[in-house]
Design a binder for this molecule. Structure first.
Ligand code: GLC
Length: 744
């Protein structure tokens, strides 16, 4: 044994590389050997992704060696058949990579990413992605088009549902967690699936919150905000692939934006994975008016660095002629094929191309469902709890109403192709199963679906409500009202949902409103009329039992908003990490109704705010209540003057001053008070989930490296600038003690 150990140490320290480095170096050698053998057509084939909706044709294309990937095969037999053709019936037998949108679960569906983000729990988020990978890879899928880490500040944009919200730090932490979950510890493990950070880049800044619309993001905003999650994904999670976005930024479509794809991604970040276009985003460059035809689109995408084309077929159609016309080079093609082969080798597809397909062993496993329930609990945000009406105390009768009380399809949310609604535990099902024996539960939907305009049963609802101790009202959105291409210009509850709430108020029975939606909605009036409000997002397969656990106090809500809730659409864009302007409002400004008649105009003392809705949101980023209360002790700083290479320690006590055990997501924000460019009034720099029993107190400590305060300044160089900084510790982005420190 001892001799073996000595030998191993000798080999390692004698300069021989560790297994990981050898495998990277070996992979490059394998790619060299394979590339040398590949004919041009075979190289072009690797750059072409087919869609699974035409498999009979696809089998032929695969056999001709003209496909490197197929998107959306979910049947292991078909996957193995296609793979067998690629391996046994083509000259070089290069395996296919099968991709799929596994966004927030495959069969076991977790809360939508925006809901997962509300948990502020990267460990749970990573575990959920790991389960998704285990379930998906059993069908042959080894690549998911996730995580979506676009910064989303506009709830009109339906894809905010797929995002981690408005904050670059939170999105970075959770994006890294999702990638680690999908990719596992070793990408060649058969349950590992390559992640695909998307959409690169700035897609969430679509003007007007209208999907696919124009964006106008400056280089500085890209670097200080929109690219931050992608840089973390590449540098901290060994990201395998990236997907280009649909938007044109400053007139340049993302699928041929050389600044993003070459300068930033390859030169600055040294990204070694491969870039895939979005669905037909290459041919869409003709629609953008950026290319005259599909051939030019192929040329520009290839020269910009898009390695693989998703389904639009211009690469197979035009690469040969573009090479002959010297509009692209074979060196570019070789580099882009190399990127694709690198990921295929890392996935172990050459050694292990087939899948067993033991679906029943992994789909909906009890431990998967338990995790789905746990993360759904953690994602639920308590927005209001007047007179501590929650948790419910031994009611005799509860009346359950609303279109989302028993909506197994809607509850799963957007981007669910493989989750089956018959597995969904809806709120009414959970309530009846867990409490139906002891409590009289009267359930009537009254409103059949979220857009329903039929108020026929309102009188019946009022009558039932009068008999009950509490009303549980499940409102929100059908899943199709958020997600891709589903933008809204009005964010009030659809149909007659608000009217139902209004009519129920007349019953005088306390109302707990639970909202299941894919985005922030403008619910100010609904919140005012409810005694308590829970925001459950689209909580996935086990959302119903998670909600029931929260309602009856088996779990204490700890979720925090990952995105600002505006009072109305007119306030949008409204996000916490905004710039101060030269005329920041302080809330004392005249509102619309208190401006005197015939008031004369003045330019003095004016501030930046809305006469009719002020400057504050309905609920700020980071907001979320608990059944208990937490008391924050005074902030102590290890130093108040620091050098740029130092680390600041922040400590304080946190006490649970209520009667329930609970978790508090404590948040650390910073503001650089004067810099070479105007910076946000607050920026989240860290957070921690602190669990406390009733009356328990803990010392909480944050470590803030001063290097973390670096940003791209007036000279477009990333660095920390000397000066004064405000620092907050708080329960959300609008509250908390403020202290000052200085960087020399
Ligand atoms: C879609 C989406 C993208 C998705 C891809 C494949 O249009 O924009 O997020 O991964 O096509 O379904």
């Amino acid at each position: 044994m001892k001799r073996l150990l000595v030998l191993a140490l000798f080999l390692i320290f004698s300069g021989l590389e560790t297994s990981a480095q050898v495998s990277d170096a070996q992979i490059e050698k394998k790619i060299d050997v394979l590339l040398k053998k590949m004919a041009l057509k075979e190289k072009i084939g690797q750059m072409n992704q087919l869609s699974a909706d035409a498999m009979e044709t696809n089998f032929k294309v695969i056999q001709q060696g003209m496909a490197g990937s197929v998107l959306s095969i979910t049947n292991p037999e078909i996957a193995n058949k296609a793979q067998k053709i690629a391996i046994e019936q083509t000259r070089l037998g290069i395996p296919l990579i099968f991709g799929r949108d596994v966004i927030h679960g495959f069969k076991t569906i977790f809360p939508i990413p925006l809901g997962q983000a509300a948990s502020f729990d990267p460990d749970l988020v990573e575990k959920a992605a790991r389960v998704a990978a285990i379930e998906a890879s059993e069908t042959g899928i080894r690549w998911t088009f996730a995580p979506m880490i676009d910064i989303a500040r506009d709830p009109r944009w339906g894809r905010i549902a797929e995002s981690c919200g408005e904050d670059p730090y939170l999105t970075s932490v959770l994006g890294v967690a999702m990638i680690k979950g999908f990719q596992g510890k070793d990408l060649s493990n058969p349950t590992s699936i390559a992640a695909c950070a998307k959409h690169f880049a700035g897609y969430g800044a679509a003007e007007g919150g209208r999907d696919y619309n124009t964006t106008n993001i400056t280089e500085r905003q890209f670097r200080n905000t929109y690219l931050v999650p992608f840089e973390n994904a590449v540098k901290k999670a060994d990201l395998a692939t990236i997907m280009t976005a649909f938007n044109a930024n400053d007139g340049i479509p993302s699928s041929c934006n050389e600044f993003l794809l070459k300068q930033v991604l390859r030169k600055e970040w040294n990204f070694k994975g491969f870039v895939v276009s979005d669905w037909a985003s290459i041919t869409e460059m003709v629609d953008h008016g950026f290319c005259s035809d599909n051939k030019e689109a192929a040329q520009k995408a290839i020269n910009a660095g898009v390695d693989m084309e998703m389904v639009s077929g211009t690469y197979v159609a035009y690469i040969e002629s573009l090479l002959q016309e010297k509009k692209i080079t074979i060196e570019t093609i070789n580099e882009e094929v190399r990127n694709i082969l690198r990921v295929k080798f890392k996935l172990g597809l050459f050694e292990n191309p087939y899948v067993k397909g033991n679906l029943k062993e992994v789909f909906y496993k009890e431990e998967h469902l338990k995790l789905a329930e746990k993360i759904a609990e953690r994602s639920i945000v308590l927005l209001k709890n007047k007179d501590a009406v929650l948790p419910l105390q031994q009611p005799k009768t509860i009346a359950v109403f609303g279109p989302l009380a028993d909506a197994p399809h809607e509850q799963m949310g957007t981007w669910v192709f493989d989750g089956e609604k018959n597995h969904t535990m809806t709120p009414i099902k959970a309530l009846q199963e867990q409490y139906g024996k002891d409590i009289n539960i009267i359930y009537e939907p009254i409103v059949k679906y979220s857009r329903d305009k039929d108020s026929t049963d309102f009188a019946k609802a009022r009558k039932i409500a009068k008999q009950a101790d509490f009303v549980l009202l499940f409102l929100g959105e059908e899943s199709i009202l958020s997600g891709e291409a589903h933008s809204l210009s009005d964010l009030n509850l659809q149909g007659v949902q608000s009217e139902l709430l209004e009519t129920l108020v007349k019953s005088k029975t306390p109302i707990v409103t639970i909202i299941l939606a894919g985005r922030p909605l403008t619910i100010q009036k609904d919140v005012e009329q409810s005694n308590a409000v829970l925001y459950a997002w689209h909580p996935g397969t086990m959302g119903g039992s998670a909600i029931a656990n929260i309602l009856f106090g088996k779990a204490n809500p700890s979720g925090k908003l990952p995105v600002t809730f505006p009072k109305n659409v007119g306030q949008i864009p409204m996000y916490y990490n905004h710039l101060n302007t030269g005329r920041p409002a302080n809330g004392s400004e005249l509102s619309l109704n208190n401006i005197p008649i015939e008031a004369s105009q003045t330019s003095l003392g004016n501030k930046s705010y809305y006469l009719d809705s002020g400057n504050d949101p309905l609920f700020p980023f980071g907001f979320g209540l608990s059944y208990t209360t937490f008391e924050y002790g005074k902030i102590k700083l290890s130093k108040t003057v620091l050098k740029k290479d130092e680390v600041l320690e922040i400590s304080f006590t946190l006490k649970n001053t209520g009667k329930y055990g609970g978790s508090e997501i404590v948040q650390l924000y910073v503001r650089d008070l004067a810099a070479s460019i105007a910076l946000p009034v607050k920026e989240l720099k860290n957070f921690q989930k602190i669990d406390l029993k009733p009356k328990e107190e803990k010392q909480v400590k944050f470590i803030l490296p001063i290097a973390d305060l670096a940003f791209y300044g007036i000279d477009m160089k990333k660095k920390v600038e000397s000066g004064k900084f405000d620092l907050w510790i708080g329960t959300n982005s609008a509250e908390g003690e403020k202290v000052l420190f200085e960087v020399q």
